[in-house]
Ligand binder design. Structure first.
Ligand code: GLA
Length: 405
């Protein structure tokens, strides 16, 4: 029997002390840096729907990335991180698509995208530390971007983080940083979750273009504990990377399908059977139809899940999670052996529902579990991994937590 290992989140004071200490070690004495932080996210349902103008339903994790930052007069950016060697440096004038690489690209990209959006930003020195697991599909990169977005917002007096409309602007800034400077073709789910989620709430995101901020993200009270439930997050520690081609290939298939169907996005499909029939002549191997079926059915499941949460029926959401996982596994083909194993072991041990979360190809899965069953479900998953000869997974408790600030 292997003991399940848990990844604890840091108290805010601990995170702040860590980055202040790191900052003092790396940079010259002078005015004290300010401290900001931003959470990783877990998506309850609505996967690979964001770049299809669809719906997603994330919550913010209690696990956060912390930043101690001091602005500079010039345009030099100097960064140090507890998770990386040495000091990463660039001039803001050197940052642009295709010119910036390494982990600092996510940070310098935020400053670049703010400038592109018309906000004047200077250089800065900053120290970073994080308890968001890396490469676990829990949006450590969005947490990094969002922490810097709110930091730069405050030191330059932009006032964007003060309102949800302003935060929607910061979401766009962070997404551009990730797409155009870090070179990862992701949608806006992760950045929206890190910047716009609220404590005790899930966030129903609607990615139709042009919606007013208040309609693009609606907080939904999400109190699992009072329903006697909890959400167990399992980091499979199986390798996962969006920058690799698979994520881009999925996006390209969706774009090809929209072109063939003559719609602006897959969200516009009203009759799935009709759309599938229209694709058939152009789809000898059936791949396009599988991708479209996932996206259209996943958007529907997300709406149903959000309705259940609103109506106090979240304990009935398990089958929607399972259907989402099967669709991601069989139609979208982004699951993997480790994710499937978490889902089957958790369901066998009595979880109400379970599914992969995030982009897939490794990363994390979630299980909806009755409170008294948490230990048993975690144990069953840990045992299943040990029996299969896999590296021990990690477990996270995920009460819906506060946004970047
Ligand atoms: C990753 C991306 C998101 C989203 C999910 C899948 O997390 O960063 O934009 O597409 O995958 O839902």
């Amino acid at each position: 029997m292997t003991t399940p290992q848990w990844v604890e989140s840091w108290a805010p004071e601990e995170g702040a002390t860590r980055v202040q200490d790191l900052f003092a070690l790396a940079f010259e004495a002078g005015s004290a840096p300010g401290v900001w932080s931003a959470p990783g996210r877990v998506n309850l349902i609505g996967e690979h729907t964001d770049y299809n103008a669809g719906l997603c339903l994330p919550t913010a994790l209690p696990h956060r990335t912390y930043v101690a930052l001091r602005p500079r007069e010039d345009d030099l950016v100097r960064l140090t991180s507890a998770q990386a060697e040495g000091v990463w440096e660039t001039r803001l004038s050197d940052v642009g698509p295709g010119t910036t690489s390494g982990w600092g690209a996510y940070v310098a990209g935020v400053a670049w995208a703010l400038a592109e959006a018309g906000y004047k930003v200077s250089g800065f020195e900053a120290a970073v530390d994080s308890c968001v697991p890396f490469g676990a599909g829990l949006s450590s990169s969005a947490a990094l971007e969002a922490a810097f977005a709110v930091a730069l917002d405050e030191v330059h007096g932009l006032g964007l983080a003060a309102t949800d409309e302003g935060r929607a602007v910061l979401v766009d800034v962070c997404r551009r940083a990730e797409n155009e400077i870090a070179g990862a073709p992701t949608g806006g789910l992760d950045q929206s979750a890190s910047l716009r989620c609220g404590e005790g709430h899930a966030l129903l995101l609607d990615f139709r273009p042009g919606l007013p901020a208040a309609e693009s993200a609606r907080p939904v009270p999400f109190d699992l504990a009072s329903a006697g439930l909890t959400l167990l997050v399992v980091d499979t520690r199986a390798e996962h990377s969006h920058a690799t081609g698979e994520y881009g290939t999925r996006r390209a298939s969706c774009e090809e399908a929209t072109d063939r169907l003559g719609v602006a996005s897959l969200r516009e499909i009203v009759d799935l059977e009709q759309a599938l029939a229209a694709l058939e002549p152009h789809d000898a191997d059936g791949v396009l139809r599988k991708r479209v079926r996932h996206v259209v059915t996943e958007i529907e499941r997300t709406a149903q899940f959000a309705d259940l949460v609103r109506d106090g029926g979240v304990e009935q959401a398990g089958p929607l999670m399972v259907a989402s996982h099967e669709s991601l596994r069989d139609d979208y083909e982004v699951s993997c052996r480790e994710l499937d194993l978490v889902v089957s072991a958790a369901l066998d041990a009595g979880a109400l529902g379970a599914r992969m979360t995030g982009g897939g190809f490794g990363g994390s899965a979630i299980a909806l579990v009755r409170l008294p069953d948490v230990g048993r479900v975690a144990q069953a998953v840990a045992d299943a991994f040990a029996e299969a000869g896999l590296r021990a997974p990690l477990f996270l408790d995920a009460p819906p937590s506060a946004p970047a600030g």
